[in-house]
Every structure is written in C-alpha cells, then in structure tokens.
Design a protein around this ligand. Structure first.
Ligand SMILES: CCCCC/C=C\C/C=C\C/C=C\C/C=C\CCCC(=O)SCCNC(=O)CCNC(=O)[C@H](O)C(C)(C)COP(=O)(O)OP(=O)(O)OC[C@H]1O[C@@H](n2cnc3c(N)ncnc32)[C@H](O)[C@@H]1OP(=O)(O)O
Length: 66
C-alpha cells in the first residue's frame, strides 16, 4: 500500500515520446519498502521525473476495514 509518494517533475515529456522508467528498491525495513524511481528520455540524457515512495505491506483485512 502506498504510504508516501513524492514526485518531482523536472522537465516536460513531449507528447508521443517514448520514455525510460527505472525503479529500484532503495531499502527495506520490516514491512516498509523505500522505492526510488526516475523517468528519463530513452538515451538517459534528459531527466523528466524523479520520485521516492514508501510502500507498507498490509494484510487483506486492512483493505476490508475501509
Ligand atoms: C515509485 C513509483 C512512483 C512513480 C512516479 C513516476 C512518475 C509520476 C507520474 C505520474 C504520477 C501520477 C500519479 C500517481 C499515481 C498513483 C498514486 C498512487 C495511488 C495510490 O497508491 S492510492 C493508495 C493511497 N494509500 C492509502 O490510501 C494508504 C492509507 N494509509 C494506510 O492504509 C495506512 O496508513 C498504511 C497501510 C500506509 C500504514 O498503516 P499500518 O497500520 O499498516 O501501519 P503503521 O501505521 O503502523 O505504519 C507502519 C510503519 O510505516 C510508517 N509509516 C506509515 N505511513 C507513513 C508515511 N506516510 N510516512 C512515513 N512513514 C510512514 C510508520 O511510521 C511505521 O513505521 P515503524 O514500523 O518504523 O514504526
């Protein structure tokens, strides 16, 4: 489950262009997973977006709780 999502938009993505999305697991602490993500041009020369996120593992009952 997404607990935190921080997105920085660094440069616009031209309509119709193809981009490279890379995401990596930065660290894991118990049920917390810290993820890094970047969106660049396919040759990597232009950074469009960089993001960090925290995902927390949950049980199905957590979803049903509402
Ligand atoms: C990486 C990908 C990004 C890609 C971006 C790239 C390009 C961007 C382009 C476009 C993007 C546009 C839009 C984005 C798209 C989609 C957005 C995502 C949509 C969603 O995704 S829609 C879901 C939203 N999501 C919820 O609706 C969650 C509501 N919430 C809960 O359901 C609970 O809150 C839960 C389950 C999160 C935790 O509850 P829980 O009871 O299981 O656990 P508990 O509270 O005990 O926390 C356990 C440990 O997590 C730590 N912790 C918790 N929250 C934290 C926080 N915010 N910051 C720092 N630490 C936090 C505690 O401090 C503790 O840490 P410790 O164990 O060390 O004490």
């Amino acid at each position: 489950m997404t607990a935190n999502l921080n997105i920085n938009y660094r440069s616009p993505i031209p309509l119709g262009s193809t981009v490279l999305i890379e995401s990596t697991l930065d660290k894991e602490e118990g049920k917390k997973k810290f993820i890094l993500c970047s969106v660049t041009s396919t040759d990597g020369s232009r950074l469009h977006t960089e993001a960090t996120a925290l995902f927390v593992s949950i049980s199905v009952s957590h979803l049903l709780r509402g």
